[in-house]
Design a protein around this ligand. Structure first.
Ligand code: COA
Length: 173
């Protein structure tokens, strides 16, 4: 049966930073550092760590199926014009990567695209995904666009709920 994907969109010019900054601040006070792959270093080791984090979190996406092998992931995610390490936000607890929010540069089409947001199971429900996406909201401006798009499986209630909390609305693109 065809999947009725949930297509969502956010206009960052309406983004209520004052409302969501407390999520970022809460990460700081609980010892979770937010950064980007660009700031941390876009190295082979860090790309591999991002893959491992992505793979673990993707296991909880409804009907996701088998995850890519690393070579394929590297080709699809890093070796494409839309890849920009400034769009990859990481949440780090001590020395452990616990969350990622990866956004790609689709400026030629007029938007940036949330490729993958994930938080390791033991760290969920603490607002980390909202904090990461708030921390990374400026990436749209870096790319010179004001629209962020994303798409979710209809059964992915946590991801859809998280994006609606941030102000994403249904879109018919
Ligand atoms: C989706 C995911 C990233 C959410 O991460 P998280 O850090 O636990 O989410 P948060 O704690 O930031 O939740 C933020 C908001 O999302 C909403 N939310 C979270 N879980 C929800 C659920 N099960 N149902 C409905 N809304 C939910 C709430 O509105 C919450 O805001 P609040 O805490 O102010 O009420 C996480 O569940 C995950 O990694 N899932 C597996 C990977 C995945 O499916 N990624 C999305 C596909 S790209």
């Amino acid at each position: 049966m065809a999947i009725d994907w949930i297509r969502l969109q956010l206009d960052v010019t309406d983004f209520d930073l004052a409302r969501f900054q407390p999520y970022v601040d809460r990460c700081g006070t609980s010892g979770i550092r937010l950064t980007t792959l660009s700031e941390l270093g876009d190295t082979p080791e860090h790309r591999r760590a991002l893959y491992e984090l992505n793979k673990e979190c993707s296991a909880d996406i409804p009907e996701r199926g088998d995850f890519h092998a690393y070579d394929e992931y590297h080709r699809l995610r890093f070796e494409v014009p839309a890849y920009d390490p400034r769009g990859v936000v990481l949440a780090i607890d001590g020395d452990k990567w616990v969350g990622m929010a990866a956004t790609s540069d689709r400026r030629k089409s007029g938007f940036v695209f949330n490729e993958m947001t994930g938080v390791r199971a033991g760290h969920r429900g603490r607002g980390i995904s909202v904090a990461m996406k708030t921390f990374g909201i400026g990436f749209a401006g870096i790319c010179g666009v004001s629209t962020i798009r994303t798409v979710h499986h209809p059964a992915n209630a946590s991801a859809i709920g998280m994006n609606r909390t941030l102000g994403y609305v249904d879109a018919d693109w």
